[in-house]
Design a protein around this ligand. Sequence first.
Ligand code: PEP
Ligand code: MG
Length: 591
Amino acid sequence: MKNKAHASSSGRERVFEGLAVGAGVAIGTVFRHDSRAVVQVRERRIPATKVRSEQHRVLEAAAEATARMETLQTQAKRMAGAAGEELGYILEAYQQMLSGSRLVRGVQKRIGEERINAESAVMKEIGLMAEAFAAMDDPYLAARMADIREVGRRLVESLGKEVDGSFEALPANAAIVADELSPADTALLDPRRVAGLVTMLGGVESHTAIVARSLGLPAVVASDDIRDAADNGATIIVDGATGIVIIDPTAATLAKYRKKREGFVKSQQSLKKLKSIPAVTRDGFRIGLQANIELPADVDGALAAGAEGVGLFRSEFMFMNRADLPSEEEQFTELSSTVKKMGGRPVTIRTLDVGADKLGDAFGMTPGPNPALGLRAIRFSLSRRKLLLIQLSAILRASAFGPVRILLPMVCMVDEVRQVRRMLTRLAAQLKRRGVKIADPLPPLGIMIEIPGAALAADALAAEADFFAIGTNDLTQYTLAIDRSDEQVAYLYNPLHPAVLRLIQFSAEAALAARIPVSVCGEMAGDERMTPILLGFGITDLSMSANSLPRVKKRILELNLSVISGKVRRMTSESDPDKVRAIVDELGSAG
Ligand code: PEP
Ligand code: MG
């Protein structure tokens, strides 16, 4: 379905297809953005007496660009869902490239040796680095090359040169057409001025896609042929539900899509009305809908969407974008403020989920040969007990302000749960002796089921853990041996693969047999097409980004569990992913 372009018979109207990302229809004005364009700067010779000041200018520009990155980091933090987190990592890498790096030193050397102006020294240095990367002919390094160019652009921008394609001239109601959008660019976008996005590259899991979803913008990605067809200022329709993009639509097409857009806006408004309605299936099964929180600010979104609690509080943000580690006091302040804001609704706080690939620097970790399989999450916490004790202590203290649950990431051994439980019991006794107020009884201690081995040993783990939260993002990645961030294999990433479904089913059954609560908190929980399957497995609690919650609730209200459970059972005996997909489609229309 990708990149089929055909001219329509009506006047200048042209229709393109790409991959649909995010719902809704945008009717806007094309704003072209070429993030890969090489910045054009003029080379100027400088006298020897000016070398020092020109070199100093580079340092100042690097400091300014770094400061801008910091502002973007703050903006990224406000962004809901995975988008903010992803953006944060990349901006952090940009900052590192700017601070006393090979790039800045190379530029200064060049100014001294070639006696040229700072702008052209930056562009020459970038060109040289890009050439070296290109020669390696490796897709991963090619992506890093784009990052280097981006940093170069920003450096030149800080030196005072206007760079093409910045978003400052963004007209109202702009539909951005780009090869791709860098995360830093995306953070600069003012969503109130952007109607939609179209990119030539990227998959449905790309940065652009994640950001578009979290901002609620209609977007189409992987629409190859559109750049030559989309002139700045042209009228464009972006249908985020079907992946259709139309340039210069006829009056009839415009009228048709205006109607579709109105329908979408109305359905969004009616979804808002569901806020205080409980999620109950037509045959009376009550489903608990909670929110995933990445930043404290997300709590407001969760409450606005009618979340009944926090099903996953990703505590990593407290450790991001800082040179030191947060003290127990700082962690306690963040956590207790969330618990208080949730006003008696349960808050599930996950202990630190870092690995050598994520936040490694903050902890002075050396990446192992395979970071995804290395010292990460609970393994890391158990290897740095002092750190874990500080976090557990902050969580226990926060538990005095409302119902709290403690969740351990990436557990695969029964002993990991036992070790943490022992620590928790001892710590609680110490705190009580010191007269510190904590919850009594102690908060439940649960585990993420996100490693296939944990799912297959779910019966043994259910005897140790107080609850399960199934993390379908990592469970899919580890079951299918597909890196969830690698676009080259993104087409294989499929939570509907029978192996993944069976592991979810097995884990849910083990929890139900042991009578412990089980929820799903991976992206699958926020996809309403998956709702019948998860409910059919006996799962009664789902946690997702606040944006997805109303749509999932609507789906639950339409469902009749007794009708769908037979179909779900039939689906898990299928071993062919295509047949599974066909049954999912069937379930989509089942009520
Ligand atoms: C998961 O793996 O499904 C999950 C919820 O954890 P994260 O996305 O934070 O790895
Ligand atoms: Mg995970």
